[in-house]
Design a protein around this ligand. Structure first.
Ligand SMILES: [Mg+2]
Length: 397
């Protein structure tokens, strides 16, 4: 592989800006890896950018593991040194929600209780998962009793019991987070629905305001119930199976269906209030841009005198028109940075007219990098012939 031999550094001459004012944000699944395998030329593309000191971050709607674990995993797969400062998972922006860190939160999704550890690493002090509630009260969802042996090894005692006769002493949830794809949809949906229909988020209660046609939203979610956050809107994702698989967006749609069945839903003007983050939503792009700017500062502060010049352009390279491309196209940076989208054919998108039009469609990640460098070659005197040394990449020059 080309990454094994030294690459020649592109010339950032004195006549051109000393450091690049552009950067990359790469999606992971379907762009750099597919299931457990790196995609062709992905290690070379990242290695090349690192060698050229062109900054990039990885911006994924995936998650379910602590950032350190996922970065170590990707470093091994892609054979490129990465660190958590250049890595944003779907749930990483939850780390900024300080207002819930001293409260009791429900965290759903992921393998075992890995997402509990992720939340605790972010600083949330009292984290309950559906498995904790289920092990304490298996009758809450009788159809999962065969899964008790799965939950028991990692379930923790609840901070408070569920007391039917004494709600004021009962377990109260102050925010609901879906960190990753729920593994046990029935259990997670039941508990989330219970909390959304409760009085002030107290488990085991039912709000007396539910169904009050004179109240806003027919009384639903009008009684101090906690907010609901989803971290990843993707309906589909590219897994090992030859057809895309349902993602966290599938669970969210199922929750919407349940909500409609229980409350009457949109036909009765009853809404399920929620906050969505992850690509394509603004909060995630803002968070990613902050990460990218601090990464640039770290990378270049020793290289120049004074302030690192502002980031002018970010190339978002993704395989999913609905999340990667839509998000980059819609995002308006508060710092005036332009985001341009590049769609690749190695994941969810294969052919045809994409639902959201990118700036360009490229076969894979290396061609995407090459295209973006081409856009900047005049200002930076980039000698793209030197890039041609990477084998396997189909390039025209
Ligand atoms: Mg993807």
């Amino acid at each position: 592989m080309a990454a094994c031999r030294p690459l020649q550094r592109l010339s950032f001459s004195t006549a051109s800006p000393k450091i690049p004012d552009f950067a990359f944000a790469f999606d992971i699944d379907g762009v750099l890896v597919r299931s457990n395998d790196p995609l062709p030329n992905a290690p070379d593309a990242l290695s090349f950018l690192q060698h050229q000191r062109i900054p990039f971050i990885l911006l994924t709607n995936g998650g379910g593991k602590p950032e350190e674990e996922r970065v170590a995993d990707l470093t091994a797969k892609l054979k490129v040194p990465l660190d958590t400062t250049m890595f944003v998972q779907s749930h990483t922006p939850f780390a900024d929600l300080d207002q819930y860190k001293d409260k009791t939160i429900l965290v759903c999704g992921g393998d075992g209780d890995k997402c509990r550890y992720v939340a605790e690493k972010y600083g949330f002090k009292s984290v309950v998962i559906p498995g904790d509630i289920f092990c304490a009260y298996p009758e809450i969802w009788p159809f999962s009793t065969q899964f008790l042996p799965y939950y028991q090894p990692f379930a923790r005692p609840l901070p408070k019991p569920i007391l039917q006769d004494s709600p004021s002493d009962s377990l109260k949830i102050d925010a609901i987070f879906v960190y990753n794809d729920p593994r046990d949809w029935g259990l997670d949906a039941t508990i989330i629905l219970d909390i959304l229909l409760s009085h002030k988020g107290i488990l085991g209660t039912m709000s007396p305001r539910n169904g009050d046609i004179k109240a806003p939203n027919h009384g639903y979610l009008q009684d101090g119930q906690p907010p609901l956050f989803y971290s990843n809107p993707d309906l589909w994702w590219a897994a090992k199976y030859h057809l895309p698989r349902l993602g966290q967006g599938g669970f969210r749609e199922a929750m919407e269906g349940l909500w409609t069945a229980v409350t009457g839903g949109p036909e009765r003007n009853v809404e399920l209030y929620k906050t969505l983050i992850g690509k394509p939503y603004r909060m995630t792009y803002e968070f990613a841009e902050r990460r990218l700017n601090s990464h640039r500062k770290h990378l270049f502060s020793n290289q120049i005198d004074g302030e690192v010049p502002p980031l002018q352009k970010v190339y978002m390279v993704g395989d999913n028109p609905e999340s990667d491309i839509r998000g980059a196209n819609s995002y308006k940076s508060p710092l005036g940075t332009t985001w341009e989208s590049i769609l690749v054919r190695t994941g969810v998108y294969q052919n045809g007219e994409p639902a959201w039009s990118p700036k360009t469609i490229q076969p894979g990640v290396w061609e995407a990098v090459k295209w973006a460098l081409d856009q900047n070659k005049a200002r930076y005197e980039l000698d793209l012939r030197k890039i041609l040394s990477i084998p396997g990449a189909k390039m025209s020059q």
